[in-house]
Design a protein around this ligand. Structure first.
Ligand code: CTP
Length: 434
């Protein structure tokens, strides 16, 4: 019996996939199809995949061509599979010519002509046409424009920003926010936090979807009002904290919540930079606060018993450094943020059996360790992080718009709690100045 194997993502199963599988099957008597897992796709830079692994497997199964379906989960798995399943022929489309010649040591390698005129990428782009506008003076706007070009179906349609400088000539550049909103389906906001509420409100009232750098507003009540408005107008409002979209961060949460370090008693997060807080830039509490608060609220919830905010203010409303202590019923948390003060930007989650350590800069999470008293039990985790998580965040934003389900990794409760902390800072509640 001649055994053939082929691999692919098979997103939005199309005619090209079917033809490839049919010809692969015709090469032998038994066809095994390897469908790529989400994490593996992400690690090889394929971020736009629309269907879940189960949906893609189902589509391959429904084609009725495969005799067996397996999941491809890691780099180097092909050699293991070829040996394990005693494969005679490995085959893929001609878009991979030469890439798998190294497998000739183990079996025959055949490249089949790719079907012209159809690809998952094209189907994705057609299905999703999102004109995205950008507003804000923060340098992060530039990064978002760059990253949005990697997401299938996003069209960078307009900008209101001085931070961007020269960019494509085709993009509308305007000083008028209303004009910007007119020509887009959605807007990414990275203006000063005090402007978020009015800008988000205006966008939502015009039926435009919004992705806004956290905090969404500087008052908890305003934040909730905006989420209500989004719902009424059938719009997506997403709080933007890129860390939430890193695979490593998501895994870290799952492991901690799954009891890997026992019961969590403490979360300590530090985020600092030497870029000082000035009148026209973000202060520490708004610039770093949401990111540092995220693991606290993700792991311990937003229902804390008490908190104290201790700040050094350079001028009114502009904190150079802030430390926030939270007390929960059975846990504590500390957040340290600074602009113009430097510290070790690490995250530590302490539990009854061990602790999770994320080295600096923890907010660009791609690596963490679970450490125990017996170092022999320590475990290290690494997950590829491309584009600081921004491109995954944009993919989630598009998906939320398309499905009508808010795919945000930051739920409304967390957004509200973040705005609540920012509000207390400004109104000096639970506050001490040093
Ligand atoms: N394939 C093909 N003809 C096409 C598209 C894909 O023969 N028009 C083959 C690929 O060469 C590969 C397999 O189908 O062997 C699975 O490809 P996959 O990457 O899942 O599909 P694409 O449509 O190429 O996806 P994308 O646009 O995301 O790269």
């Amino acid at each position: 019996m001649v055994k053939v194997i082929t691999y692919g993502t098979f997103d939005l199963f199309h005619y090209g996939h079917r033809r490839l599988l049919e010809r692969a099957k015709a090469l032998g008597d038994y066809l095994i199809v390897g469908v790529t897992a989400e994490d593996y796709d992400k690690s090889r830079g394929k971020i736009n995949v629309r269907q879940s692994l189960m949906e893609r497997i189902e589509a391959v199964r429904e084609s009725g061509i495969a005799d067996e379906i397996i999941v491809e989960e890691y780099e180097g798995q092909k050699i293991d599979d070829i040996r394990r399943y005693d494969i005679d022929i490995f085959t893929v489309g001609t878009d991979w010519v030469g890439k798998f010649d190294y497998l000739r040591e183990y079996c025959q390698v055949i490249y089949l002509d790719r079907t012209e005129g159809v690809s998952s990428t094209e189907i994705r782009s057609e299905k999703r046409r999102l004109k995205l506008g950008f507003i804000g003076e923060s340098a992060v706007v530039k990064k978002f424009i760059r990253e949005s070009r990697l997401v299938n179906g996003i069209e960078t349609a307009g900008i209101r920003s001085n931070a961007v400088g020269r960019f494509d000539e085709e993009i509308l550049k305007t000083e008028d926010y209303g004009e910007l909103l007119e020509c887009v389906d959605a807007v990414y906001i990275a203006s000063l936090p005090q402007m978020h509420y009015a800008q988000i409100r205006q966008a939502l009232k015009m039926g435009k979807h919004v992705l806004c750098e956290s905090p969404v507003a500087t008052k908890a009540e305003e934040c909730m009002e905006l989420f209500r408005l989004a719902e009424e107008n059938g719009c997506v409002l997403m709080d933007s904290i890129k860390t939430a979209y890193s695979t490593a961060y998501a895994r870290l949460l799952l492991l901690a919540k799954g009891g890997k370090i026992g019961t969590v008693y403490s979360v300590d997060a530090t985020c600092t930079s030497l870029q000082a807080a000035t009148e026209d830039s973000w202060n520490s509490i708004c610039g770093w606060g949401p990111t540092a608060l995220l693991p606290v609220f993700n792991l311990l919830g937003t229902d804390y018993c008490s908190k104290s905010i201790i700040s050094h203010l350079k001028s009114e409303g502009y904190d150079q450094f802030t430390k926030i202590n939270f007390t929960y019923e059975h846990a504590v948390a500390t957040v340290k943020v600074g602009k113009g003060v430097k510290s070790e930007g690490e995250l530590i989650v302490s539990g009854t059996e061990g602790y999770i350590y994320v080295p600096a800069p923890w907010w660009k999470t791609d690596y963490f360790e679970i450490r125990y008293e017996d170092p022999a039990r320590n475990q290290r985790y690494f997950y590829q992080l491309d584009g600081e998580g921004i491109r995954y965040e944009l993919v989630a934003f598009c998906k939320a718009i398309e499905t009508g389900k808010n795919g945000s990794y930051i739920n409304k409760g967390i957004s509200e709690a973040i705005c609540g902390v920012v509000e207390d800072f400004y109104r000096k509640a639970d506050f001490l100045e040093i």
